[in-house]
Design a protein around this ligand. Structure first.
Ligand SMILES: [Zn+2]
Length: 313
């Protein structure tokens, strides 16, 4: 299968700690690299993760709290000093547009490449990016300001050709693409060979949802049904549930409830409050609701596993 990886650059929350960087991730899908959020220090984390700067084609910002976007202008500036020429696309809430433009005008007038801003509507679930390999859609979240998550879905690939059957029937190479696309084959003596005999199944599609920051949304699972890997913020443990609701954040158990109700493959936690020096309490509380849960840490790379066939109830 082609690569699909999520690199964790930062999984802390707003208060800086020695242990965690603020939010930032890189999603690699079939050779393309996308950044999700860009907290302060992200460019250094990118270097540590050995992701080549020029490979990042787009940045998706969830909301305009500093711990999710303070790293953006510094990274854009460094890309320029490194001689980048390819356009960088930035997706985010509309208020980011003029702020970013003012920073670009003041700090980056000799940038050498174009920064293209795309305002996203954080209140709707909509495909905002599409190419041959994938789509990215917005996931409306409930935070203290406009905020959305992003859902990356691989597109289905064509089935694999069975070399042995192609050779057996002497099918010309020129027919391979037709057969992948669904055509069968008729032999010289008129025998019909079904396409299913000439191919094996396509690779299962995988998906990754990034949800930060948000208070618990009981209906959120409807937009996340069957995703392979869900990252959901878990700022607090159960002891701070009321506090979480007040400040529009989630507890680990609430993140796990969303994962369970959405039948996701795996849940990854992050955006930890600095009040938990040991996050195992968050992991335990989440696993009590949804066992296939992991804690994220800087330097981790996660690979969404394909959803089992016939998933969905
Ligand atoms: Zn926030």
């Amino acid at each position: 299968m082609e690569p699909f990886n999520v690199f964790i650059l930062g999984c802390g929350s707003a208060m800086p700690t020695m242990k965690h960087n603020p939010s930032a991730q890189v999603v690699e899908i079939r050779g393309k690299f996308f950044m999700v959020d860009c907290g302060e220090g992200t460019q250094l984390q990118l270097r540590r993760a050995r992701v080549h700067f020029n490979k990042i084609s787009a940045v998706f910002i969830s909301h305009l709290h500093g711990d999710h976007c303070f790293g953006l202008i510094g990274m854009i500036s460094t890309f320029g000093m490194q001689g980048r020429t390819a356009s960088l696309h930035v997706y985010g809430p509309k208020d980011l547009g003029p702020i970013l433009q003012q920073q670009l005008d003041f700090f980056c007038h000799d940038l050498g490449y174009e920064v293209v801003f795309h305002a996203v509507d954080t209140t709707v679930n909509k495909v905002i990016y599409e190419d041959r390999s994938l789509t990215v859609e917005t996931i409306p979240l409930e935070h203290r300001m406009p905020c959305c998550g992003y859902l990356f879905r691989e597109k289905a690939t064509l089935p694999h050709i069975r070399r042995d059957m192609i050779d057996f029937y002497g099918i010309p190479i020129s027919q391979i693409n037709n057969i992948k696309a669904g055509a069968g084959w008729t032999t010289a003596d008129g025998k019909e060979i079904a396409q299913s005999q000439l191919v094996t199944s396509a690779d299962p599609v995988r998906s990754y949802a990034y949800c930060s920051d948000t208070r618990y949304i009981p209906t959120l699972h409807n937009l996340l049904e069957g995703v392979s890997l869900l990252y959901h913020e878990s700022t607090y443990a159960h002891d701070r549930e009321a506090f979480a609701a007040k400040y529009f954040h989630s507890t680990a158990a609430q993140a796990a409830t969303v994962a369970r109700d959405a039948h996701v493959g795996q849940l990854a936690l992050g955006h930890y409050s600095a009040r938990y020096p040991d996050e195992s309490i968050l992991l335990e509380e989440a696993q009590a609701v949804f066992p296939n849960t992991v804690l994220t840490n800087e330097g981790d790379s996660l690979t969404p596993a394909p959803s089992p066939e016939g998933k969905g109830e």
